[in-house]
Design a protein around this ligand. Sequence first.
Ligand code: SAM
Length: 310
Amino acid sequence: MKLLVRRLFPYAGKIAFRGGSYKGGEAQDMNYRHAFHAGNFADLLKHAVLLGLLAALRDRGRPLRVIDTHAGAGVYDLEDTPTLKSGEAAAGILRLAGTDEACDPQLQILMAEVRAINPVGLRHYPGSPLLAARALGPKDGLIACELRDEEADLLRATLDRHGPRPGPVVRVRTVDGFGYVATVSPDPAASTLVLIDPPYEAGDDYDRVVETVERVLARMPDAVVAIWAPIKDLETLDFLLRRLEAIPDARGYVAQLRLRPLVNPMRMNGCAMIVLGAAETAAAALATTAQLVRLCGETGAQAVVHPLGG
Ligand SMILES: C[S@@+](CC[C@H](N)C(=O)[O-])C[C@H]1O[C@@H](n2cnc3c(N)ncnc32)[C@H](O)[C@@H]1O
């Protein structure tokens, strides 16, 4: 088994794999570093859908409050060793930047954001809190939660450097994002968007996603909640979707980007953005997912967007 893991994943001793980390084939806790994955196909889907949601919610005309439960460092250097070694950005953002194919509107907005922090060349890739901060206005707010001190410090510096001025009220909190967002009070004057993007390396991440969505929607039934999830085998995703669907007020859609047929559950074969609320953004999410399938998919890749709940 160890040999198989090493053949499939040449950096298996060093990299925390999204959706389950492996060290010599064994799972370990809190090893996750997003730098390995920054700008990969999964980031492109998550960030393009996020930008679509931010635009749709800002169009509602009320102040927008964004809570990013797993924020990360905010920007990633594509020339750093982990990013270069994994090759994931090369098969993601760098491929998108080099394509001649007409880009779908959400990916165009993402590309514009990438260009904005790269006046020359393409070396830096933005993370979710930076994209959110740049999409928000002075009446809006962003709360970015990050458990690791080091990432949280980097995020503060990133937002100072690249955040818009005048920009939203931004708070970076070094806390457990699941626990934090579940206690946030409703704000009847504002729209609320919650992004939940855990590493799925802790055994209970799926349980905590479900419990957190339950608690958030119990306090704020109108909140829009976007959840990123890996696709390795279908039953793990389906089990998550069934549990989410059982939550009162959990209605929306799921955008699945399947990079390849799901024949090897040891690999990350794709990813999903699960969006609760803002059903009007589903068509845009389908267009984005379909373009990413054309750009990054292997033979048998599929874009699948379907309703959830309701
Ligand atoms: C997938 S990365 C986030 C990427 C980011 N959302 C983006 O799109 O740019 C997950 C991050 O969550 C952090 N993390 C892990 N467990 C956490 C928790 N319980 N609360 C807050 N942050 C956590 C990790 O340190 C890591 O930086």
